[in-house]
Design a protein around this ligand. Structure first.
Ligand code: HEM
Length: 472
């Protein structure tokens, strides 16, 4: 019919597998970029039997998540995420339950974290622990992944449970390591294929592994929840879990049936906050350090600015406005790395006609953030690491409309301000204390920036030297 003809264009699919053979699953983002050059900024791909619409480039993504926010604002849960969450929590849910949990999570982040002096202090304390860990390597090359994950996870622990953990506490390390392993598995080739064709590929071993890790994660959380319940004091909420338990009790006292404040929503919301907060922030920081080692002249300028503006004292949030170059480097890191390249899958909540294309209700939609960050109409040097993208003629930091690392619209990352606080304080504290260089025997030119693609774009396995600065 006429409507069918107006659907977004795309390569012809094969039965069952759709366009899978036309994609390079190991560097899938590059495949999407090439397809958008061929078919335009709105195109259709058949991922297995599922029809998926891709939105690419600044103008298109901006319009979709702005003017068409309502139409494009539902979540389309990945098969594996649906199996894990059953529609509970924040990230993979929709409707009233999503609305309530999102509102609750945001209020709790505000009360126990974001935008508060207390949270700044927590991050500063944590950055000092991280500095201590880096110092122990005495300038020898090491992989920063694990310590970075611990530091970043601890911020979420403070907000959720009300306390941080020591980096050698086995309850904490297993929580973080298993959660990291689970997110890693979710990006594996076999689970990507499972997500497209769940009924055919439910046998893949990684699916079983994923749920073993998820079960371990849930039981560890149950232990933490029970401990909090034993010492619960409604007058003194220590963190998000306490606040949830209080709300649950209050609603029960009011005889509210069908409340969304039930145990499954608590568990999934906590898992979503850890899942959303840890690898994203940690990978961004690791990209930042890698870019510094790769581009020593830019690192010189960051350190020069930190020396002049801050000196030896601890960096604080109030310094941010005076650290224009450092701030531009952090934003440029987020742009070029595009750690969450595809955003998360959205779904149309109704039939929509968008830029002349007909998109049926219930269609999976990916706002392709990476393509916005590489849009030639928006960035002077899209493929380079170029902090000037975020500086005006006077060298002052300037926000850019085409910066979308946290996505946009009603599904925008709910941890954005916390993440920005962490990126700023961790990055500038580390750069104040250490010079980052490639491992011995590797030149800056040889330092590999090839990403490891998955749901997240992380640096490939690498080591760096953190050489203490002279004043240390
Ligand atoms: C540099 C760090 C981070 C980046 C780049 C990032 C990016 C994103 C992106 C692109 C989305 C998808 C938005 C969409 O569907 O359009 C998202 C969602 C989300 N993020 Fe983040 N994020 C970061 C840190 C955090 C932190 C610190 C938290 C928690 C405190 C968090 C919690 C979440 C949650 C719960 C969602 C799902 C929101 C919803 O579906 O309503 N993220 N994030």
């Amino acid at each position: 019919s006429e409507k069918l003809r107006m659907e977004p264009p795309g390569p012809t699919p094969l039965p069952l597998i759709g366009n899978l053979l036309q994609l390079d699953l190991r560097r899938i983002c590059d495949s999407y970029m090439e397809l958008s050059k061929k078919y335009g900024s709105v195109f259709t791909l058949h991922m297995g039997t599922k029809k998926v619409v891709f939105l690419t480039g600044y103008k298109t993504v901006k319009e979709a998540l702005g003017v068409f926010d309502e139409q494009f604002g539902d979540r389309d849960p990945l098969a594996i995420a649906w199996e894990l969450s059953n529609g509970h929590g924040v990230t993979w849910s929709n409707g009233d339950s999503w609305k309530e949990m999102r509102r609750f999570a945001m209020t709790s982040l505000r009360d126990f974290g974001m935008g508060r002096k207390v949270c700044e202090e927590k991050i500063i304390e944590e950055s000092q622990h991280l500095v201590d860990v880096f110092r122990k390597f005495k300038g020898k090359a090491f992989d920063t992944t694990q310590s970075m994950n611990y530091a970043v996870s601890n911020i979420i622990c403070s907000i959720v449970y009300g306390s941080r953990f020591e980096y050698d506490d086995p309850e904490f390390t297993s929580l973080v390591d298993e959660s990291q392993a689970r997110i890693h598995l979710a990006s594996s080739l076999s689970l990507q294929i499972y997500n497209m064709l769940p009924s055919l590929f439910s046998w893949v071993p990684n699916r079983k592994k994923f749920f073993i890790l998820a079960a371990a994660n849930k039981s560890q959380n149950t232990i933490f929840f029970n401990r909090l319940k034993q010492t619960f004091d409604p007058q003194r909420c220590r963190g998000l879990v306490d606040a949830f338990l209080l709300r649950k009790q209050q609603l029960k006292d009011l005889n509210v049936s069908n409340s969304h404040f039930h145990d499954e929503n608590l568990m999934m919301t906590v898992i979503n906050l850890f899942g959303g907060a840890t690898d994203t922030t940690s990978a961004t920081l690791r990209w930042g350090l890698l870019y510094m080692a790769k581009y020593p002249k830019i690192q010189d300028k960051v350190q020069e600015e930190l020396r002049t503006v801050i000196g030896d004292r601890q960096v604080q949030m109030s310094d941010k406005k005076n650290l224009n170059f450092t701030n531009a480097v952090i934003y440029e890191t987020q742009r070029l790395a595009s750690v969450v390249p595809m955003s998360l899958p959205h779904r149309t909540s109704q039939d929509v006609t968008f830029q002349g294309h007909f998109i049926r209700k219930g269609t999976t939609v990916y706002p392709f953030i990476r393509s916005v960050h590489l849009d030639e109409s928006q960035w002077a040097r899209p493929e380079s690491f170029h902090p000037l993208h975020f500086l005006d003629e006077d060298g002052k930091f300037t926000k850019r409309d085409a910066f979308m690392a946290f996505s946009a619209g009603r599904r925008i990352c709910l941890g954005e301000s916390l993440a920005q606080m962490e990126l700023f304080l961790f990055f500038s504290t580390l750069l104040q204390r250490f010079r980052f260089t490639p491992p011995p025997g590797v030149t800056e030119e040889e330092l590999d920036l090839t990403p490891r693609y998955g749901m997240l774009t992380t640096p490939s396995l690498h080591t760096l030297c953190a050489v203490p600065c002279e004043s240390e």
